[in-house]
Design a protein around this ligand. Structure first.
Ligand code: FEO
Length: 168
């Protein structure tokens, strides 16, 4: 069973995960507009991953007898100065999400909610991966610059497919 405080905090995070999905879908549209379909596909896969995160929390609240209350999602940014600017923006966004997940885990400890604390371990590990994945694209973008390497990177990123983790 979830305490009221814990339930509200997870509901808030569900909103953040859906906001993240919305943001990455907006980035996918941005890259499509730039003529970089590989980046667009990569961001679309990330959008699906964020929906998966949101739904994992959605199911958890239900399983714990809590009540999911969906909240309004803010309009995401739509324009960036460059592909690098966009990817750096997303890396900073992921760092913010990491902080939020860590705060949730701290709250679970304060509330002596061991089940939620264990549930959040998956997200804590996931955020390490998320920051690494985004950081990797940022590094590659810095290396290739704006020249022909950008199109090779685009081809590379276009192979990404989102596969839901089987044991999640
Ligand atoms: Fe749901 Fe990218 O963190």
């Amino acid at each position: 069973m979830l305490t009221k405080k814990m339930e509200e905090a997870i509901n808030e995070q569900i909103k953040w995960e859906f906001y993240s999905s919305y943001l990455y879908l907006s980035m996918s549209a941005y890259f499509q507009g730039l003529g970089l379909p590989g980046f667009a596909t990569w961001m679309e896969a990330q959008y699906q991953e964020e929906v998966f995160h949101a739904m994992k929390m959605f199911k958890y609240v239900n399983d714990q007898g809590g009540r999911v209350k969906l909240q309004a999602i803010d309009q995401p940014e739509q324009e960036w100065k460059s592909p690098l600017d966009c990817m750096e923006f997303s890396l900073n966004h992921e760092r913010l999400v990491t902080k939020r997940i860590n705060d949730l885990a701290s709250l679970a400890q304060e509330e002596k909610d061991h089940a939620t604390f264990i549930f959040l371990q998956w997200f804590i590990s996931e955020q390490v991966e998320e920051e690494d994945t985004f950081g990797d694209v940022v590094s590659k973008l810095k290396l290739v610059g704006d020249g022909g390497g950008l199109f090779m990177l685009d081809r590379d990123l276009g192979t990404r497919v989102f596969t839901p983790p089987t044991k999640a």
